[in-house]
Design a binder for this molecule. Structure first.
Ligand SMILES: Cc1ncc(COP(=O)(O)OP(=O)(O)O)c(N)n1
Ligand SMILES: Cc1nc(C(=O)O)sc1CCOP(=O)(O)O
Length: 582
């Protein structure tokens, strides 16, 4: 995250005494040690007549709430520990305090923040900020209006505004405020009167909406913790617009028994790209017809790597498809394990350098959410891929709720794979599925647009399976016109594709779209070969089929054959590939 310089404030001079009171504090001659903090990026302002505030480092913004302190801890000790851990701004937000004790507490906290050269802002109360002489305030839309606050506090004070909607973003951008607090990102018990959660995609829309008028420095706030911070920072980053400058938290630091470690952990995670992040487009394969030979050659290499590394595929899947999923995983060279035990997910995510987790919602109940959350979190932290199959997503309200929760709150899934009805549901369209099978038959161009939209929103890979499979990472899109209708007549053939995708990503994640394409191609060409009949490299037989029962067996055989060819470096099977790049 980059720290944005604050725009010049062109207010007229204010009453000197007020401005003096709000001038940034001077740095003590011998500041205490600051293990995680960088030196201030510009010297403190000598007089209040200078109209430019120094840049504020919003990287890790602590908002206080004494009511959340663990028993025996003081706010003073917590704030100091948090600053030592890397907090760059402190906001005193003490809703229960009357004016006199609020000012007393603010003076004590300011003495600490000043000694570390960290700005102290006061929540809502311009009068308290003036009384204490701290660096500024944070105000919402029910508090004193911005222009009055600016007039009282003077041009050099830091003033932040809350933003919960596009409308508030545009109002804030029309002021000379120094930053915005955008939230709540997720539901949070810390602020029961907060408006509806924005989720990372809402934060992204807000940042994008002001990017052409006034790209204000922004912190995301609400429900942010060590486990979700990377996902929030990653997913909230807009394309071609300034990303958030930092994160603001209350409970993740204030309620911690070790606020110094909690702060340094949050700062490290928020600054470092998550292990599952997409590489920039310049580092991924170019998807055009010209590069087809390279794309196919890479597909062969990916499948060969599955055979070589035998990745563990942790299936959290429905009972109906477990046998075919295990058989398909074995046929492509992976190692399947079926486990729905929450206590095992951490071990399974870390058991091997080559592993991944497939979450299939076929027979989900709300009680499974804890298992899904743990599996996603452990695999995210281990940098292992998660493939999500939202089976029957549009069939019932319960399934829709699980899907919404999975994508908004549970963490990051690398791939969402589903049929048309499922992907439309994930996109937020009010599709009513009759069961797990898609009854939609939309226009291809529109389906391509839906896939691209969800991939952009989730910043992951989205795969819509059907007569034509559509894959996209939001930037590159490819249509696969391979496969056979008999695949639709075998229970679990769709679900078991998730096993292959997971195995491919477990061994090759530098370009996730290419890895998924490799898995789909091997899978669909195997289906075509099962119907057409091919000469077995093992027995020499040629035997095709047009009936589902024998197709199931022939399909497994061909999947094995195709992937064994890859192991030998043979690319002939790719001659049947039929792709269209968009
Ligand atoms: C950094 C930051 N962003 C938003 C808020 C919310 O402020 P507000 O809308 O004034 O609500 P209360 O905090 O007063 O409940 C904030 N405090 N800090
Ligand atoms: C103070 C505040 N403002 C919010 C907003 O959406 O404007 S959410 C919030 C509370 C954030 O607390 P926690 O980090 O414990 O979830």
């Amino acid at each position: 995250m980059e720290s944005e310089p604050v725009s010049p404030i062109s207010e007229p001079d204010m009453a000197t005494s007020i401005a003096m009171a709000m001038a940034p504090s001077s740095v003590p001659s011998t500041p205490p040690p600051q293990p995680h903090r960088q030196p201030p990026s510009s010297p403190p302002l000598p007089t209040p007549t200078i109209l430019n505030s120094p840049p504020i480092d919003l990287s890790l913004y602590l908002v206080t709430s004494s009511s959340l302190l663990p028993p025996g801890r003081t706010l003073e000790a917590t704030v100091e520990a948090a600053i030592k851990g890397g907090v760059t701004v402190v906001q005193l937000r003490e809703k229960a305090l009357d004016t006199r004790p609020f000012i007393d507490l603010a003076r004590r906290i300011h003495a600490i923040t000043k000694s570390y050269d960290v700005p102290l802002l006061i929540n809502d109360r311009v009068d308290v900020a003036l009384a204490v002489g701290c660096e500024g305030v944070h105000i919402g839309w029910d508090d004193m209006d911005y222009e009055t606050a600016r007039r009282l506090l003077g041009p050099t004070a830091i003033i932040g505004l809350s933003v919960s909607s596009l409308e508030q973003a545009s109002l804030a951008a029309a002021t000379t405020c120094d930053y915005i607090g955008v939230g709540p990102v997720l539901p949070t018990p810390t602020k029961p009167d907060a408006s509806s959660p924005l989720f990372p995609s809402g934060v992204r829309d807000i940042l994008a909406s002001i990017s052409n008028t006034r790209p204000l420095p922004a912190v995301a706030i609400g429900g942010i913790s060590a486990t979700n911070v990377q996902s929030i920072v990653y997913k909230s980053r807009p394309h071609a617009a300034t990303p958030i400058s930092g994160i603001a938290v209350v409970s993740a630091i204030i309620a911690s028994d070790d606020p110094e470690s909690a702060s340094s952990d949050l700062l490290t995670r928020s600054r470092n790209p998550p292990p599952w992040a997409h590489p920039p487009p310049s580092q991924t394969r170019i998807f055009t017809d010209f590069y087809l030979p390279l794309i196919l050659s890479h597909a062969v290499t990916t499948i060969r790597t599955i055979k070589e590394h035998k990745p563990l595929v942790h299936h959290i899947t429905n009972a109906v498809v477990k046998p075919i999923s295990a058989n398909v995983t074995l046929a492509v060279g992976g190692s399947p394990i079926m486990s729905d035990v929450i206590d095992e997910v951490a071990s399974l995510a870390n058991i091997s350098p080559y592993s991944g987790c497939l979450i299939n919602m076929g027979t989900s109940t709300p009680a499974d959410k804890a298992l899904y959350a743990a599996a996603i979190s452990e695999n995210n932290q281990a940098g292992k891929p998660v493939v999500f199959d939202p089976v029957g997503a549009g069939a019932t309200g319960m399934r829709r709720d699980i899907v919404t929760w999975m994508l908004r709150e549970a963490g990051y899934v690398d791939v969402i794979k589903g049929n048309e009805g499922e992907i439309r549901t994930v996109a937020g369209q009010g599709v009513q599925m009759k069961g797990v099978d898609s009854t939609e038959a939309g226009n291809l161009e529109e389906m391509v647009a839906v896939v691209q939209e969800v991939a952009n929103r989730e910043r992951n890979i989205v795969i819509l399976t059907g007569p034509v499979d559509i894959l996209s990472d939001g930037t590159r899109t490819v249509l696969v016109r391979n496969g056979h209708p008999l695949q639709g007549l075998i229970t679990g053939a769709g679900c078991a594709l998730g096993s292959v995708l997971c195995a491919a990503l477990a061994v090759s994640r530098e370009d996730k779209l290419s890895s998924c394409l490799a898995g789909i191609l091997a899978y669909n060409i195997a289906a075509e070969r099962a119907v057409a009949g091919s000469r077995s490299t093992i027995t020499g037989d040629v035997k095709g089929t047009r009936r589902p029962g024998s197709f199931a067996a022939a399909f497994l055989d061909e999947l094995y054959e195709v992937t064994e060819m890859c192991l030998r470096g043979e690319e002939t099977w790719t001659g049947a590939v039929n792709l269209e790049f968009r």
